[in-house]
Design a protein around this ligand. Structure first.
Ligand SMILES: Cc1ncc(COP(=O)(O)O)c(C=O)c1O
Length: 378
């Protein structure tokens, strides 16, 4: 089956630069964990989460039969492209409005010719992944668990042996203030070792972390004419022969060395507690919102990546971006039969809740969402 991704709906060039970012900025005081250690020896550092998926998918391929993978119908293309590049046949299983999966429906997708299955912890929440993993394991499928949004839980899982899952991946820069990074754990051990970049590239990476090139770019933009918006051709639906997010060369590169240092010195207990309390503060502030609803009313055990919020009016996404809040949305969902995914590509937005947000910023987000209704009434 050909995979065709829906087009982008909102053009980032039309929005002002966000002041409230989806991910935290780097600061030297982030180093809090000197002297503590987590055992990272069971995983490898990859350029990003998508490269970790690519490496897992590559090593777990069957050479004697067709490789058919089940992926969730709600996704970003970065998750799908590695499988397409490797020549897997892709089938999408539908999701329910809370992003769990109907187990009876899932069972119907576990046909004999399916070889692999990937489950995602959307936004850091568990959904019913345990049940899906059990069903897929009983059916003899090779299972990949995607923790791209759940770095802290990924690290906790390293301490528990689970033989049903063949590989787990996560993304580092979705949670930590780094500019790249992914981790790959494989139950069978990892047969490859991505290489670190040159020290020159490393130095460029560090300069980027400290926003030096961005500052130069900003100064240049003040004296140059603004960037053009993309042409119609660029915004049209695309088939995947052209990879947009996944770069095959990333399979052979490790993350920056300084990403590894930031990871190893991060205080995950603090990060988890702060993300959870930020999430719950926002969720409480938005509980009675007329603009929409939080997908999950409360974060109990997890360290959420973002707060998924279902807008009543999809156009409100633009208004929040104009308020300089870096709201995210998965617009380029592959076309298919899943009504929820089709609906969510415009209405489900991701509000920042990272561990470095200040009280005033959380209040600003709540106000901005609440004011959407007043704006729509006026
Ligand atoms: C669920 C999921 N998996 C994998 C990825 C890829 O992660 P990364 O951006 O680190 O390559 C993403 C990111 O967009 C994602 O949302």
């Amino acid at each position: 089956m050909d995979v065709k991704f829906a087009p982008v709906m909102a053009n980032a060039n039309n929005f002002p630069v966000a002041t409230i970012r989806a991910t935290p900025a780097f600061c030297v005081t982030d180093f809090r964990r000197l002297g503590q250690s987590t055992d990272f020896s069971q995983c490898i550092y990859t350029r990003n989460g998508r490269a970790a998926i690519g490496l897992a998918a590559q090593q777990l391929m069957h050479s004697n039969k067709a490789n058919v993978v089940l992926l969730p119908a709600y996704h970003c293309p970065a998750l799908v492209e590695p499988f397409l590049w490797l020549g897997y046949e892709i089938r999408f299983y539908p999701v329910l409005p809370d992003l769990t999966v109907d187990e009876d429906v899932f069972l119907q997708y576990l046909t004999a010719d399916v070889t692999h299955c990937l489950v995602v912890r959307f936004f850091g929440f568990q959904q019913n992944n345990k049940q899906l993993i059990n069903l897929a394991a009983l059916a003899g499928k090779v299972i990949i668990e995607d923790y791209a949004h759940a770095l802290v839980d990924f690290l906790q899982q390293l301490e528990q042996v689970n033989s049903t899952v063949a590989a787990r991946i996560c993304s580092i820069n979705k949670i930590l203030p780094t500019i790249d990074g992914g981790l790959l754990y494989m139950q069978q051990g990892i047969g490859v070792q991505p290489q670190y970049c040159s020290w020159y590239e490393e130095a460029k990476g560090i300069a980027f972390l400290f926003k030096i090139p961005q500052f130069i770019q900003y100064i240049k933009s003040k004296v140059k004419k603004p960037r053009q918006t993309p042409s119609v051709a660029q915004t049209a639906a695309r088939t995947v022969n052209k990879l947009t997010y996944f770069q095959p060369e990333d399979l052979s590169s490790a993350s920056f060395r300084h990403t590894k240092v930031i990871l190893q010195l991060s205080d995950f207990k603090h990060i988890k507690a702060k993300r959870r309390s930020n999430y719950n503060y926002l969720a409480q502030g938005l509980a009675k919102s007329q603009a929409g609803q939080c997908l999950y009313a409360y974060a109990e055990l997890e360290a959420p990546y973002v707060l998924p919020f279902l807008l009543n009016d999809a156009a409100d996404f633009q208004h929040l971006r104009l308020k300089k809040i870096q709201v995210l949305r998965w617009e380029e969902v592959a076309y298919g039969q899943c009504q929820v995914s089709e609906d969510y590509r415009s209405r489900l937005i991701q509000l920042p809740c990272h561990h470095k947000l200040k009280q005033a910023e959380l209040d600003y987000i709540i106000d901005a969402v609440q004011n959407l209704v007043k704006k729509n009434e006026s």
